[in-house]
Design a protein around this ligand. Structure first.
Ligand SMILES: CC(C)(COP(=O)(O)OP(=O)(O)OC[C@H]1O[C@@H](n2cnc3c(N)ncnc32)[C@H](O)[C@@H]1OP(=O)(O)O)[C@@H](O)C(=O)NCCC(=O)NCCS
Length: 170
């Protein structure tokens, strides 16, 4: 449903359960986002499906346009607890270092600030996650507050539609 120069983003479904488990089984991927049993992954994908149904947005699988391979996930996640819409990015390790996370996230920001009409999008990043912080900084996010997610301290970064527009996005 969203395409970029190299990528295609589509809603994640329950059919992605085994892929989700495999993605998070890599200890480097799981370092800040955790591992999932098959049951936990199925529950997470059901919750993602509910967000798509209830809010018209959610997390996407990211595929390489050239091969169709699913290489990561990126999209929007509504946090009831914070009253905020967060962007997330997690990619399989062989696909780090190619700019895919930044490219997918740019398209998600255009979608969120454009057709979805969001005013602010956040990114919650655990302390020490330098790769994720670099993605957020490249996209123009700046620190908003300190918080706790999954019982670990994180910095909540934010990008507002007005700032985003000044950087040339809708
Ligand atoms: C966070 C994460 C997605 C970042 O991945 P990444 O590959 O570093 O980020 P990008 O895809 O934007 O790639 C940027 C790198 O690709 C390089 N690159 C290579 N070819 C490129 C191209 N054609 N276009 C843009 N960048 C390119 C950039 O120079 C940059 O390299 P650098 O890190 O050495 O400066 C990845 O580390 C990850 O999945 N981590 C585990 C899960 C996680 O922690 N998620 C975040 C939770 S908050």
């Amino acid at each position: 449903m969203i395409t970029t120069a190299r990528l295609r983003l589509r809603p994640l479904t329950e059919n992605d359960t085994d892929w989700w488990v495999r993605l998070h089984a890599d200890e480097e991927v799981a370092r800040f986002v955790g591992t999932y049993t098959r049951e936990q992954a199925a529950a997470r994908l059901q919750a993602i499906h509910r967000q798509w149904t209830d809010r018209g947005h959610g997390l996407c699988a990211v595929e390489l346009r050239d091969t169709g391979e699913t290489i990561g996930r990126c999209g929007l996640n509504w946090w009831e607890r914070f009253g905020e819409t967060e962007i997330g990015w997690t990619f399989a390790r062989p696909h780090w270092g190619h700019g895919y996370a930044t490219e997918a996230a740019r398209a998600v920001l255009d979608w969120g600030f454009g057709p979805l009409g969001l005013d602010r999008i956040t990114a919650m990043i655990h302390h020490g996650n330098t790769a994720s912080t670099a993605v957020a900084t490249r996209l123009g996010f700046t620190p908003l507050r300190e918080d706790t997610v999954l019982d670990r301290p994180c910095t909540v970064y934010a990008l507002d539609v007005s700032t985003s527009a000044r950087r040339g996005r809708p």
